[in-house]
Design a protein around this ligand. Structure first.
Ligand code: HEM
Length: 380
């Protein structure tokens, strides 16, 4: 597609069009153009149209900045920026290392392990839960609720079962907000409850949706940086050798792993605000636009050797975290988790290798995330 049809129109049977954008230059153009491409579908409606009301599930999933446009996005992001500070991330170095060590120690006695289930998933999930301030005793329950909300299909949940879980989750969060309001702790939920910008605060629906967004990103993204990153290095032992000789390169290595096989394959949906021409193609109000980050990150017009993994590569301007106003809020945390997690994994298990041929590994379906279902490895 990138070569032959870089702005590809998929006409869906229902009549709508989904545009897939695959070239680096066009992807950056879409991500920067918030006038023509919007995240809140209601902003594609003519100004005098009545805006549909959101259900409680919709509100929980998308009453947050990832699905908002300016000025709402600007306000929400400014409020969360106050709570999610670089200092808060820096303070996590020791916890990320500790949790990594603990998870790896648990699998050390085994001959084989699935790195996704035993390490790549639980590490970021525990970190985001701790960061938010969810008590350890509640973390399994919260993980169950958020899984039900994010991927009901994989758990065969019908609509009413899902609705019950959403209600229980929102009730839990409301109680948590009230507790933190009365007695703030040194955690992200307390900081979000207290955040104030130009006299504005997050309302309760926005708070719940923000926490749900952070939990989702905690569950679905860094797991793939650790999984895809470990696989890429196992498939490129020459690059691992370089990292063993020059450990100071782990930071550039993480950037290269994000570019080479990043966790997010396409960005979240954007909508065309009104009819207009983009790069010679006539787009219509309400069309869906998906930018394919994974393709842009392999575009030869931007990267000299796009299909070669080179952990020494400096100045790596990849798009794995997106670009523009929706650039990933969690990028500093994800980078920290990726660096500590992968470095410690390969230092702890120097003879780590795949337990099955790489071409037989199963990948998760769907176009949003790029991640393995399992990553079976031999440890000893
Ligand atoms: C390696 C791991 C991660 C990757 C590759 C990643 C990637 C991305 C991308 C591509 C976007 C932009 C989506 C778009 O424009 O449609 C994004 C947004 C976002 N990410 Fe991440 N993410 C990662 C980890 C995290 C973590 C750990 C957190 C939370 C702590 C997080 C929180 C967010 C938030 C809140 C947004 C929305 C920002 C906005 O709309 O202004 N991400 N991420």
């Amino acid at each position: 597609m990138r070569q032959d049809d870089p702005i590809y129109a998929h006409r869906s049977p229902g009549g709508g069009t989904i545009w897939y954008i695959t070239r680096f230059e066009d992807v950056t153009a879409v991500l920067k153009d918030t006038d023509h491409f919007v995240k809140d579908v209601r902003n594609t409606l003519p100004p005098d149209a009545q805006k549909p009301r959101k259900t409680s599930l919709n509100r929980l999933i998308n009453e947050n900045m990832l699905f908002a446009d300016p000025p709402d996005h600007t306000r929400l992001r400014a409020l969360v920026n106050q709570a999610f500070t670089p200092r808060r991330v820096e303070q996590l170095v020791e916890r990320v290392q500790h949790i990594t060590d603990e998870l790896l120690a648990a699998i050390a006695p085994a001959a084989e392990a699935d790195l996704i289930a035993s390490f790549a998933l639980p590490m970021p999930v525990r970190i985001i839960a701790e960061l938010l301030g969810i008590p350890p005793a509640d973390q399994a329950q919260v993980a169950d609720w958020s899984q039900a909300i994010i991927s009901p299909g994989s758990r065969n949940l019908n609509y009413s079962a899902r609705k019950r879980k959403v209600r229980a989750f929102v009730a839990y969060l409301q109680e948590m907000f009230a507790l933190r309001q009365q007695k703030p702790q040194d955690d992200l939920i307390s900081a979000l409850v207290q955040a104030e910008e130009a006299g504005e605060r997050l309302n309760e629906a926005e708070l719940s949706s923000m926490v749900a967004l952070l939990l989702v990103t905690g569950h679905e993204t860094t797991v793939n940086l650790l999984g895809n990153g470990a696989l890429a290095l196992l498939n490129h032992p020459d690059q691992l050798t370089i990292l063993r000789e020059r450990p100071e390169l782990w930071e550039t290595a993480v950037e290269e792993l994000l570019r080479f096989d990043g966790p997010v394959e396409t960005s979240t949906t954007r909508w065309v605000r009104e009819d207009f021409e983009f790069m010679g193609q006539q787009m219509r109000r309400g069309d869906v636009v998906r930018v394919v980050l994974a393709s842009a990150n392999r575009d030869a017009s931007q990267f000299a050797h796009p299909d070669v993994l080179d952990v020494t590569c400096p100045d790596n301007r990849h798009l794995a975290f997106g670009m523009g106003i929706h650039y990933c809020l969690g990028a500093p945390l994800a980078r920290l988790e990726g660096k500590i997690g992968l470095k410690t994994l390969f230092n702890t298990f120097p003879s780590l290798r795949l337990a099955m041929p790489a071409d037989q590994l199963a990948w998760r379906s769907g176009v949003l995330f790029r991640g393995l279902k399992q990553l079976p490895v031999r440890i000893q």
